[in-house]
Design a protein around this ligand. Sequence first.
Ligand code: NCD
Length: 438
Amino acid sequence: MNLPQQVFLRDAMRTLNLTRESLSQRIGCTKRALDTWLLPDESGEFRAMPEMARRFISEILAASASGGPASAQATPAATTTTSIPTAFGRLSHLLSVDQFSRDTAERLFMLADVMQPIARRRKVSRVLEGAVLANLFFEASTRTRLSFASAFMRLGGSVSDTTGFTYSSMAKGESIADTSRTVSGYADVIVVRHPEQGSVAQFAAATHVPLINGGDGAGEHPTQALIDLYTVQREFSRLGKLVDGAHIVITGDLKYGRTAHSLIKLLSLYRHMRFTLVSPPSLEMPSEIVELIAARGHIVTPTDSLAHALPDADVIYTTRIQRERLTGEKIDDFLAAFEINKKAIDQHCRPDVIVMHPLPRDSRPGAHDLHTDLDGDARLAIFRQTDNGVPVRMAIFATLLGVEGLIQRSLRDALWAVPATLGPNDFPVDDLDLPSGR
Ligand code: NCD
């Protein structure tokens, strides 16, 4: 597959572990030139990358894959989609981030980059025409359910939903196994969210149709963690940083927050990470996860002091208190001290910090979740994070259903009008800090 130049370049930077600055130095062009090659085709400042540059980068990648002299700093990886090792294959399940290595996560991100023009509504594809997704959500959801649906439908498939127990036959006492086998007769892929940890694996055990964990109680939320890591990488690429060696502050409900559990495990696949875990004492990260991360050689510091954690953070990943899962923990007296707001960020953080949240944030008075006073601040990445849900989930579907190699040649132009930015506070996402007035 001849990858679009933006996908090729992003993949090369991930594979070689280089920033935009260091890649441009390596190939002897200006950073500004490289930036114009990375912009979306529709951008006024987009420029075609010279064939010689592609050939040179391909040679560096080939040398790096074979461990040759050009491989300094590199991790081994494939450079085309035909030889990609994936974390999950055709018709397998996606249940946990434990299925991923750094390499297989980054292979998926390359495919997500291929999906970007579809997610941005510039291109359409029908590779999943005729396929049906069953979205089984036995817990509240807006983002996860709708972004899975959007991803599937934008690849040409159709979606069938059930929401809550009340309107499903589980209210009549049907077992997980019977429900799972029944739905397998109707759908080509199944997404399940369920309030009990381990329940989604039970659904998976009863079907040969690929099944995706959309959140199992306080267990895992692997696709959210993939979206979060993809977002960190894209934000860092904009800021000229690498994930290796980053300082990640995770705050909020670390005991029951499944997105935090999955994300810290995924980030621990990188090198020399520093994690500061800020939570009320009763909502600390489960010790088995902390031990796993420490055993992988990373620095993990639990604390209940935000002021201690925030200076020199590269990412602040803040989470909602999972009130629906609390079992009598006393937390209300602590919450005000954990609020992430503009004052805390301005007072303690570096100017290039990024603030993330899996959302939803609890905006009710007294909740002390991520404050809205950061809205419109470029450091707040939460809606870039939600937008990334669509290309990453498209990449997951394409891989599970074995159409990942067909995307590129299936693309056609989208015919309808789309706004330049999706919300009043957005700045153009692919604005790679180019200086002129864009
Ligand atoms: C989270 C979830 O459901 O685990 N949201 C999400 O899927 N993006 C976080 C939460 O509910 O707090």
